[in-house]
Design a protein around this ligand. Sequence first.
Ligand code: SF4
Length: 290
Amino acid sequence: MRYEDPVFRPPCEADSLIIQATIGCPHNKCTFCGMYKGKKYRVRPLDEIREDIRMAKLVWHRPRSVFLADGNTIAMRADDLVEVLDCVTSTFPLVERISVYGGGRFIRGRKVRDLARLREHGLSIVYMGLESGDDEILRRVGKGCTADDYVRAAEKLREAGIELSTYVLAGLGGTERTREHALNSAATLNRMKPDYVRVRTLALLPGFIMTGELEAGTFEECSGRQIAEETRLLIENLEVETQFLSDHVSNYLPIYGRLPAEKASMLAAIDRALAEPDNPILGPRVLHSL
Ligand code: SF4
């Protein structure tokens, strides 16, 4: 396989075969994200992708899951993505899961019948960064989507039979909008009804547009304690049946559980962490491996 670095994948796809069907992100404007800043978005030629899948067969005899990178492979033309999915399933007939990253902006306008075709040809799950359900935060960070757009995109995926795993970015509203971030994200997720809600925590690295806002004093980051309180408020207000995970290295607290069944125990875990003054878990993070 040939990769154009850097290559990103969700933490839960760590054991998956990764095939780069696209390079970069066609949006590439979010102020908190530097993942694909050095790449110009393009779809790789189908022959090249097929060749990579054939090369993968030489070393991966039976991958259980395949992740089609990069940042928004759902933006490919449906016919082309169907060809890639067919090539994966014919090369690896025992594959159990094929997944992509898919932004709400690239799903909200798609026909359900096109998404259903992708499902029929093997696409089983889309990882979507909601980041926040608060329209003011979405506008400030340049997501190019409103909460209603995300709800529409989630409805389309559900109608098509594709699972949805969505990310909330804790701390994205800073100290100014932490409450709105939690409450409006919960309200939007309750309407989206995703199969999985995953939390990551804002980590501003050199070169991000938002890092400049932090340095200029126009954005104030939440502390670990404020992030825990925000996550508590989010979980408290979720009324959807979903799996909640915080499986990312950027997070302060490992909070996992099935909602609504395990809501009380998840809130109790956060309360225990908050009850301890100067709890080192909520202290400054060391982000070696983002
Ligand atoms: S957060 Fe997602 S949509 Fe936004 S620039 Fe990064 S990869 Fe693209």
